[in-house]
Write a protein that binds this ligand. Structure first.
Ligand code: IMP
Ligand code: MG
Length: 178
């Protein structure tokens, strides 16, 4: 197993890029099938979702638009619980089908907050597409429409996800060791 050291921590290869892309392909097929006549707007949550968004959108072949928003940054290896405002959405989403594109759902607090903030703008409907989901960490009631991969509660990084800002550029996903 290939290991990487990021700042003070060691990480081991967990999900190779080939497997990530395979699961993203499956999610894209589901989206192409479900939303063919809905002309959705994909709202990608930066920074973590940038690689997922790119690989997902390359495989989405229906009429759609893509936009990027930002939230609070994630510090260290545990969720801060502090929720921040959704910024940067220029599009009018009233009456529109929206698909949130997120890197990971951990406790679910972030996703609930993003959904609430988008719903205040009266979209037709809001769906969630997440690359990763930690079902054992979920603390809220939340419906996830598209999940590429479910993972255990370990801290992970790579493929857009970071540890204190580093490791987002790795093309595979790594998990913390020790
Ligand atoms: P939640 O609000 O607890 O669901 O946290 C979601 C956010 O925490 C994600 O958008 C990530 O930015 C971050 N996060 C949660 N788990 C991890 C992880 O294992 N690695 C890196 N970031 C994570
Ligand atoms: Mg995130």
């Amino acid at each position: 197993m290939e290991n990487v050291k990021i700042k003070d921590k060691e990480f081991a290869l967990f999900i190779p890029e080939t497997k990530i892309l395979e699961q993203i392909g499956r999610v894209a097929e589901e989206i192409n099938r479900d939303l063919a006549d809905k002309n959705p707007l994909f709202v990608c949550v930066l920074n973590g979702s940038f690689m997922f968004a790119a690989d997902l959108m390359k495989r989405v072949n229906i009429s759609s638009e893509i936009s990027f928003v930002k939230l609070s940054s994630y510090k260290g290896t545990s969720s801060t619980g502090k929720l921040k405002e959704l910024i940067g959405l220029q599009e009018d989403i009233e009456g529109r089908s929206v698909v949130i594109v997120e890197d990971i759902v951990d406790t679910g607090h972030t996703m609930v907050s993003v959904i609430e903030q988008l719903k205040q703008k009266n979209p037709a409907d809001v769906r969630v597409a997440t690359l990763l989901y930690k079902p054992n960490a979920l603390k809220v009631e939340l419906k996830l429409d598209y999940v590429a991969m479910e993972i255990p509660n370990d801290f992970i990084l790579g493929y857009g996800l970071d540890y204190d800002g580093y490791g987002r550029n790795l093309s595979d996903i790594y998990k913390i060791v020790g």
